[in-house]
Design a protein around this ligand. Structure first.
Ligand code: TA6
Length: 250
């Protein structure tokens, strides 16, 4: 589905309620989607904003990152610049304009507590990953999945990418800013209802193992993911609802 407004245009697939494009008028695309992404049922689109639910990462005998991103969602509402899609007890709402608003709502319609992980696993387009820095995560604890899942704490310097980077920041509500000198722009990522932020770039070697990513595309993408994962997983009381929102702006 295309969403077009005077201020921006976007594209969403019903598979996974997967937003694959958001481009404010007169700007370069802000969301990255791989030129080699497969658009086939059951295979997650590479790039865009995969919806990760109800678990983050691998799970024995189950699809990586849960089932939400490879499920067919139902379009509940399409209006000027907005879309709402549903999957069982999930709702995903998008508002498209000079900023991009996304909201993932989980309703526990059972009579038992529900524990889950979630992420809006957003791929951002950048001009040159070597020049990029990310602020907002200074002095924050993280799990370094590219270094044996060691628990570390970032110092006061911004995040810079110079190798495979797979960092799960915990207990942080901070907004992040991607500074992209090559394209002379900053992407601000504000969030509510999220205690985790994940920063990922596959770099050279891992990219070669990904058939749905061009071997050179790692240079032009960076994931900054809005999440509740690991020790920040959510336990929702029976009948309760949880909302996680993201607001992306230039
Ligand atoms: O969020 C980072 C991560 O968990 C990485 O470890 C990498 O696996 C990435 O997600 C992409 O996962 P995918 O299943 O989409 O290939």
């Amino acid at each position: 589905m295309q969403i077009s407004t005077p201020d921006a245009e976007a594209e969403i697939y019903t598979q996974g309620a997967h937003l694959t494009r958001w481009t404010p008028r007169g700007q370069r695309p802000v969301i990255f989607t791989s030129s080699r992404s497969l658009f086939v049922p059951g295979k997650a689109i590479r790039g865009g904003v995969p919806i990760i639910y109800p678990w983050f990462g691998p799970r024995e005998g189950q699809p990586m990152h849960g089932f939400a991103r490879t499920s067919e969602w139902k379009v509940e509402n399409l209006a000027a610049g907005t879309a709402e899609l549903s999957l069982s007890q999930l709702r995903f709402r998008v508002s498209v304009g000079l900023t991009l608003g996304m909201e993932l709502e989980v309703h526990n319609d059972s009579n038992e507590p529900l524990t889950f992980e979630e992420a809006l696993h957003t791929y951002f387009a950048v001009g040159d990953i070597h020049q990029v820095s990310v602020t907002g995560l200074e002095n924050t604890a993280y799990i370094d999945k590219a270094d044996g899942c060691r628990e570390k704490r970032r110092d006061s310097a911004p995040v810079r990418i110079a190798k495979e980077t797979d960092e799960v920041y915990l207990n942080t509500r901070a907004a992040c800013v991607i500074d992209d000198p090559a394209w002379s722009r900053r992407i601000t990522i504000e969030k509510t209802g999220s205690e985790s932020t994940v920063v990922w770039n596959p770099w050279i070697e891992k990219s070669k193992t990904m058939s749905d990513l061009d071997p050179e595309e790692w240079r032009g993408m960076l994931c900054v993911e809005t999440a509740n994962v690991a020790s920040n997983a959510i336990t929702l009381a029976a009948g309760a609802t949880h909302k996680m929102t993201v607001r992306v702006s230039l």
